[in-house]
Design a protein around this ligand. Structure first.
Ligand SMILES: [Zn+2]
Length: 118
């Protein structure tokens, strides 16, 4: 599905994000979202395809809850009791020293002890 929509640049772009930097799934979805918005703005992506692509950015968190970005507002919603509620996703902090993904409540990396940037 995505293959038909995306120009080659997307793969170079996404490939770099995925291999150059360890990002948390929410940050990754936000980066892809910005790309899709730009593609729609320039006319490379039709509105319907845009909405489908944004829906594909949905993230499951560590507790199995489903999150998605609003196609028009770019803010996060969490699925709860059959409704989408606006909410802040649980951020993971990536250690600059060793690349370990830490839970947002930690101030120091659980792997190497480096202080985490917020
Ligand atoms: Zn670390």
């Amino acid at each position: 599905m995505l293959r038909a929509l995306e120009p080659n640049g997307f793969y170079a772009f996404a490939g770099c994000i995925l291999s150059c930097v360890a990002v948390d799934p929410f940050a990754e979805a936000e980066i892809r979202y910005k790309f899709l918005v730009e593609e729609r703005r320039t006319g490379n992506l039709q509105p319907r395809s845009y909405r489908v692509a944004v829906r594909d950015l949905a993230v499951l968190d560590s507790e199995g809850r489903r999150w998605m970005l609003g196609p028009e507002d770019g803010i996060w919603y969490r699925r709860e009791n059959e409704r989408w509620l606006q909410a802040d996703p649980p951020r993971r902090l990536v250690c600059a020293s060793c690349g370990h993904h830490n839970l947002g409540r930690h101030s120091f990396c659980v792997e190497c002890g480096q202080r985490l940037n917020r």
